[in-house]
Design a protein around this ligand. Structure first.
Ligand SMILES: [Cu+2]
Length: 142
């Protein structure tokens, strides 16, 4: 992971995942790296990327909340049964405060469905953003 306050110093990557309060804008292509930017004015964020393979984005969107809330104790929703959970995480950007940016390793395959998810809490505490504000974005790579 390379960190920099000045985006101009960051190396080229295969796409960008931008966090705001409390959403992601995703623009990534098939590849093995991404730039993470926190454009929030207030909160810290990160991006954990899950790979849902060939499951279509609408199905992931529908089942993701129950899957996240179930944690590791609950069985996954039937739609996610065939996933290899050992390989679910395909990328992970570190935590950045407002205005921060960095590059991260992330494997993106053409045609696959992914979700970028934020598990960071507000500065004042509370549940992770994914739960408190549905801070996740489901996307398919072209
Ligand atoms: Cu967040």
């Amino acid at each position: 992971m390379t960190e920099s306050d000045d985006e101009g110093e960051l190396p080229e990557t295969d796409g960008t995942i931008t966090a705001v309060d409390y959403d992601f804008e995703v623009d990534v292509q098939a590849g093995d790296s991404f730039t993470f930017r926190n454009d929030s004015s207030n909160q810290f964020h990160h991006a954990v990327v899950f790979n849902f393979g060939s499951i279509d984005p609408a199905t992931v969107e529908e089942n993701l909340p129950a899957f996240l809330e179930g944690g590791e104790e609950q069985p996954p929703p039937p739609a996610f049964e065939d996933l290899d959970f050992e390989k679910l995480e395909s990328g992970h950007a570190g935590v950045f405060g407002p205005g921060g940016a960095g590059t991260a390793i992330g494997t993106f395959q053409s045609g696959n469905t992914y979700a970028a998810i934020c598990f960071i809490q507000d500065r004042t505490g509370g549940p992770p953003h994914a739960f408190a504000y549905d801070m996740y974005e489901v996307f398919q790579v072209d």
